[in-house]
Design a protein around this ligand. Structure first.
Ligand code: ADP
Ligand code: MG
Length: 494
């Protein structure tokens, strides 16, 4: 196992500039002594050349003692992951995912938690219940969800189900949301800006909680020599808080259902609306899938989705909650006076709006023109979830030019978003038992659990967090898709 020979994350940060400039050399202290193993394709980092647009880092200590400590930490981290189940399927193992308990590897993690200013942390926590409430209010406005032009085939099918529910005036008295609002710190404006709000299959409450524990344990052991305090890592109960919300939803459902419905037929809905599978009444349906077109290979899956929606079971998410989480709705909510349609409290509205980055639909010709001129300042997003779909740089320009020429409805299948530029820092990352350092940026997700039964709000809390850290030269941020590592938060006073 090779080791990380300097630990820069907690000593110096480099700043990403908006416009790409010429490569600038990093000073010697920030470069890497051999024999670090690193991923293919990252040679420019090893050659001590900063990627375009990255200003030089200040020299830091990186003493031999620290190098030895970090090397020991890598090994300890890998062992901790194996012992505590901080593991993922190993893509290199052909039996992984088919034979239970075979082909597992420690999750890709950063060796040290990411610095994050306490003030922004508090702001993000405060936003969680507000976004939960907003999702709930918007979900009740069927017209609003239907009005927004969603022209791609996939979202159109979701809207079709939603429309059917509107037609039968389907009411969801008990509503459960397990959400995650993702943010980056924009270095240009020094503000916390929302990347997106996830309302379906929000990933990593389990592994995210474990990473915080991993870092806490590493700092309890090595914090003194590194000058870091384990107490500055906030506790992360995401997994148990989400489990608790699910359990409470189950209780609400069963308390409400005064008389047990007669089991009529397998997989069918009883006259009282209950969904029956394998002879059991289903109280809560949790969607681990269903957010991507790939999850619906045939009509059977769409039929199943409709069946679940028609039933009285609590859906997490309901079709409305699912739709509120689309990028198109995010963009609509950012328009002037739209939040006011759903919320009364002016202070809450101001807090939410402050976290909105620039968001535009493609019928805004002026913005499309700016994006074609300066594609690096924007992100073009199709109506998709799950990572790997966004369009950047030259591709963004080409796509916009092409879409403009077509002048069809396809313009409405995308949104444009202001590109957020977080500060980059050198971070030791551990993947496959190997540590390597790279310039990284981080994205903080705050989980939010929400449960209500008619007018009674039973749960509405920030419910733990997920920090994801990615190599700054990569545009996308998915851990599962291989772009990022799992991380946790180290609160600072800045
Ligand atoms: P998905 O539904 O695929 O997760 P996201 O909107 O979260 O879509 O985008 C995926 C990734 O792209 C994010 O995790 C983030 O790393 C990057 N990203 C998205 N929007 C922006 C933005 N406005 N500025 C900078 N990076 C962004
Ligand atoms: Mg995302």
């Amino acid at each position: 196992m090779s080791s990380c020979l300097s630990h820069c994350r907690h000593h110096h940060q480099v700043r990403l500039h908006r416009r790409a400039g010429p490569d600038r050399p990093l000073p010697a202290a920030a470069s890497f002594a051999p024999p670090l193993r690193r991923r293919a394709g990252r040679a420019h980092v090893m050659s001590a050349e900063a990627p375009p647009g990255v200003a030089p880092a200040e020299p830091g200590p990186g003493t031999a003692t620290q190098a030895a400590v970090l090397s020991e930490m890598v090994e300890d981290a890998a062992v901790w992951c194996a012992v505590h189940g901080l593991v993922v399927g190993d893509r290199d193992n052909t039996r992984s995912g088919t034979v239970p308990g075979v082909g597992l590897v420690h999750a890709p993690v950063s060796l040290l938690p990411a610095r994050f200013p306490t003030s922004f942390w508090k702001q993000a926590l405060e936003l969680a219940p507000l976004f939960n409430e907003l999702v709930d209010r918007v979900s009740l406005d069927g017209e609003f969800l239907q009005e927004t032009k969603q022209v791609d085939d996939f979202t159109a099918r979701l809207l079709e189900i939603h429309e059917k529910m509107m037609a039968i005036d389907k009411k969801e008295d008990i509503r459960l949301g397990l959400h995650r609002s993702d943010y980056m710190l924009d270095s240009e404006t020094n503000s916390l800006l929302q990347i997106e709000l996830n309302t379906v299959s929000t990933s990593f409450p389990g592994l995210g909680s474990l990473v915080s524990e991993l870092h806490r344990n590493l700092l309890i052991q090595y914090g003194k020599v590194l000058g870091l305090d384990s107490e500055r890592i906030p506790r992360n109960w995401a997994a148990s808080q989400f489990a608790d919300a699910l359990a409470r939803a189950w209780s609400e459902y069963n308390n409400d259902r005064k008389t047990l419905a007669q089991v009529e037929a397998e997989g069918k809905i009883n006259p009282d609306g209950t969904l029956v599978v394998d002879g059991r009444i289903v109280s809560v349906v949790y969607f681990r899938a269903g957010y991507s077109p790939n999850d619906y290979p045939s009509e059977a899956e769409w039929k199943a989705r409709l069946l679940m929606e028609e039933s009285s079971a609590i859906k997490c998410p309901s079709i409305s909650y699912h739709l509120v989480g689309t990028k198109k709705i995010q963009q609509e909510l950012a328009k002037p006076n739209v939040l006011e349609r759903f919320l009364d409290n002016k202070e809450d509205i101001a807090k939410l709006r402050k976290s909105f980055a620039g968001l535009w639909s493609l019928d805004n010709e002026e913005i499309v023109k700016s994006a074609i001129e300066k594609p690096d300042l924007f992100v073009l997003k199709p109506q998709r979830e799950g990572g790997g779909n966004n369009i950047y740089g030259h591709d963004l320009r080409d796509t916009l030019v092409k879409l403009q020429k077509e002048q069809g409805e396809s313009l409405a299948a995308y949104i444009l978003m202001q590109r957020i530029f977080p500060k980059a820092s050198l971070t030791p990352l551990v993947r496959g038992g190997v540590c390597f350092e790279d310039l990284t940026i981080s994205e903080l997700g705050i989980y939010g659990g929400y449960l209500r039964n008619k007018d009674k709000v039973i749960v509405n809390n920030p419910s733990g967090y997920l920090m994801r850290t990615k190599v700054s030269s990569s545009n996308e941020g998915g851990v599962a898709t291989g772009f990022a590592v799992l991380d946790s938060v180290y609160l600072t006073d800045e």
